[in-house]
Design a protein around this ligand. Structure first.
Ligand code: SF4
Length: 145
């Protein structure tokens, strides 16, 4: 029986990103040989529309490019994502690096200048309390999961 991976929908090419595009990753897609890939998008689950204004983490809050506080959508998205994970019990969660929801090792610094800082998205932070969480760049660690 295949193992289960909960995957950022955009990595499978689903157009869920803030700009209405996907970010298909061939290596992630190829995992379908071994894993049942379950797509999810925390920001959509949290109630945000697609397309939507880009947002970045600023301290404890998430702020969009117009300065609006959208934290509640990101928190809800993380919580609903956790509910989905708890129902399906994934062997691993694979998330899109850099996102204020899905970032695993880094996020953008809150200035909308494209500068990265160490950190993690709200959904990544919540899910890694219970599940192994990887990004698309560290699939080699799957063997250790
Ligand atoms: Fe992809 Fe996650 Fe952003 Fe949704 S919230 S578009 S799944 S990176």
């Amino acid at each position: 029986m295949k193992k289960i991976a909960l995957v950022s929908a955009c990595l499978l090419g689903v157009p869920t990103r803030y700009d209405g595009t996907g970010k298909q990753n061939a290596e992630v897609l190829a995992l379908s040989k071994e894993y049942l890939l379950i797509p999810f998008c925390p920001e959509q689950l949290g109630g945000l529309s697609t397309p939507r204004k880009p947002a970045e983490i600023v301290g404890e809050r998430v702020i969009n490019v117009d300065g609006e506080d959208v934290t509640e959508f990101f928190v809800r998205g993380a919580q609903v994502s956790l509910q989905i994970a708890e129902k399906i019990g994934p062997n691993v969660v694979i998330l899109k690096e850099g996102s204020p929801s899905c970032g695993v090792h880094f996020v953008y610094d809150g200035t909308f200048q494209g500068r990265k800082v160490e950190g993690q998205g709200l959904t990544a932070k919540l899910l890694r309390e219970k599940y192994p969480v990887l990004c698309e760049n560290d699939l080699e660690k799957l063997e250790q999961v």
